[in-house]
Design a protein around this ligand. Structure first.
Ligand code: TYM
Length: 334
């Protein structure tokens, strides 16, 4: 049984990194996998509780973004994490197994907790444990993510192995990360050294799926580049992070390789190249944003998709959780 699980935090605008790095791979995988779960991980979004004034509406927006991007509710189970409480039960069981040393080593925790570790919340440290529960609750075999989540997927593999060894049961297989395509790490448009992210205070740093045509054009026009002309091979981009990032975006949207793109624009400055990227965004991203807006207007339809998704996810989760409870020795509910 090949089963996909992929999760997305509903923390404001969905951006090009989310789409090209992960959502689009879920769309492709729908065709070859037996079961696809795509989840709005609203509980994960709670680690930034004070910033999340619109958690419920952002959850609907994320679900709309899945569908507008090509996730088919008939082929995929689309649901909100908090509608399946068993994620939390499994997360607690895993919490009782996970060595603190593993969590302290997580790069994202180190970055987010920064120098303020003593005042960071427990949820931030436990974040990857809940993530492991998300995936292993469904015995998922494939986890489409961007490169930034690789370490978290490694931790869930380690946890699956630790659980199996501790309880001498082969309950969990090791999930495979699916990190593929030319856009596994899209960088900020303002700084080629940082990831494109929702938390960047500058909206010019990212392309949002809901941006209109004018905004797309302005953001690309203002995107940071250097003063050299484009090189004739992708190798020439190695020390030019901003140019490399734009070529990756171009490659992901056009289906061409970085070398083909460099050949096409070799020796030119960035202006025609940027115009082409804007056109590609208008062709591929603008319709997604428009479809998100349409879906949000008919809120009831979205809600019913999430309801059906939660029902299906709960069924699967219950079945697997019974095996886990038995393995760890909990008394059966009487
Ligand atoms: P999140 O919500 O930050 O991002 C969702 C997905 O988008 C990918 N992504 C990117 N890919 C390429 N370039 C970028 N700049 C970029 N920014 C984000 C992320 O890698 C991710 O795949 N912890 C996860 C959510 C999660 C999850 C899970 C994922 C919770 N449970 C279980 C997979 C399986 C997160 O914060 O992703």
């Amino acid at each position: 049984m090949k089963r996909v699980f992929s999760g997305y935090r509903p923390t404001g605008d969905v951006h090009l990194g989310n789409y090209l790095g992960a959502i689009r791979n879920c769309v492709f995988l729908q065709k070859e996998m037996d079961e696809n779960l795509i989840c709005v991980v609203d509980l994960h979004a709670m680690t930034t509780l004070s910033d999340n004034k619109n958690l419920a509406s952002d959850t609907l927006m994320m679900a709309a973004a899945f569908i507008a991007s090509g996730i088919d509710p008939n082929r995929s189970i689309i649901f909100a994490q908090s509608h399946v409480p068993l994620h939390l039960e499994l997360s607690w069981i895993f919490s009782c197994l996970t060595p603190l040393g593993w969590l302290n080593r997580m790069t994202q925790f180190k970055e987010k907790a920064d120098k303020n570790r003593e005042n960071s919340c427990l949820g931030l440290l436990a974040y990857p444990v809940l993530m492991a529960a998300d995936v292993l609750l469904y015995k998922a075999t494939h986890v489409p993510v961007g490169e930034d989540q690789k370490q978290h997927v490694e931790l869930m593999r380690d946890l699956a192995g630790l659980f199996n060894r501790t309880f001498s049961k082969d309950l969990f297989s090791l999930p495979e990360p699916v990190i593929t395509g030319p856009a596994t790490r899209i960088m900020s448009l303002r700084d080629g050294a940082s990831k494109m992210s929702k938390s960047d205070i500058s909206d010019y740093s990212r392309i949002n799926l809901m941006d209109d045509a004018d905004t797309l054009a302005i953001k690309i026009r203002k995107a940071k580049t250097d003063t050299d002309p484009l090189p004739d091979t992708a190798k020439g981009l190695e020390t030019r992070p901003e140019a490399r990032n734009l070529v990756s975006i171009y490659a992901a949207l056009s289906g061409q390789t970085a070398d083909q793109i460099c050949q096409k624009f070799a020796g030119n400055n960035f202006s025609t190249f940027k115009e082409d990227i804007t056109n590609l965004l208008i062709e591929h991203i603008l319709p997604i944003g428009q479809e998100i807006q349409r879906l949000l207007k008919e809120g009831k339809h979205l809600e019913s998709i999430l309801k059906t998704g939660a029902e299906r996810a709960n069924l699967l989760a219950n079945k697997h959780m019974n095996d886990v409870r038995e393995a760890v020795g909990l008394l059966k509910a009487l």
